[in-house]
Every structure is written in structure tokens, then in C-alpha cells.
Design a binder for this molecule. Structure first.
Ligand SMILES: [Zn+2]
Length: 109
């Protein structure tokens, strides 16, 4: 069972208390963007077998959205952090690269 630590209320919540919100750190496209860029924003998502950065809502707890870094193959959680964060915190990046040395935050940009 997937257990994520809510960074707001401090609860270790199992997946029955949470709602998945898809990929984290999407770059939003506005009215001035090209059709191709807007199409990518709407429809194209990473779906890796391995490290994934995701949005989660503590729906049966505090109700707030947060971000999580985890491995989709093993359910190992590398860390959770506030939804307003523009990039994973350094301790989360370090936890990921300790397990997956080839992983790179910059490659996801
Ligand atoms: Zn919470």
C-alpha cells in the first residue's frame, strides 16, 4: 500500500485518504502559446516506470494538495513537499539520485 506523508498536517496517509492528481510541475501554456505547445500541455504526460513526480490531495484529511516523488515500480517514496514548490527540494533530489544515479531533474524540464 502506498503511504505518503502530508507536508501540511504531518499525517502519514495511506492511499485511501488521498486522491491522485497526475503529473507535477507542468508548465502551463497561455493565450500566446503555439497550438503545439498548448496541445502538449493538455494531453502529453510522462508515464515512466521509475521515478515520477506527482500531485496528490489529502482529500480525507486536511484537503490540501501536495507533491510527491516516488518510484512507480516499487512504490518507494523519496519525499513529499508543498504544491507551491517550483522544483523538488534538494533533499528529495538527493534521495532520488542516491537510488537512481542517472535520474535528472533537468531532464524533465
Ligand atoms: Zn494533510
Amino acid at each position: 500500500m502506498l503511504i505518503l506523508h502530508c507536508p501540511y498536517c504531518g499525517v502519514d496517509a495511506d492511499e485511501t485518504e488521498l486522491h491522485a492528481g497526475g503529473e507535477a510541475h507542468l508548465k502551463r501554456e497561455g493565450p500566446g502559446s503555439t497550438d503545439a505547445a498548448f496541445e502538449d500541455y493538455l494531453f502529453m504526460r510522462h508515464n515512466p516506470k521509475g521515478v515520477h513526480l506527482e500531485r496528490w490531495q489529502h482529500v480525507y484529511g486536511c484537503g490540501k494538495w501536495f507533491l510527491a516523488a516516488r518510484c512507480t515500480a516499487t512504490l518507494e517514496v523519496f519525499g513529499t513537499y508543498a504544491a507551491q514548490t517550483l522544483a523538488p527540494p534538494q533533499h528529495v533530489k538527493d534521495a532520488i539520485t542516491a537510488k537512481y544515479p542517472d535520474w535528472s531533474w533537468e531532464a524533465l524540464q
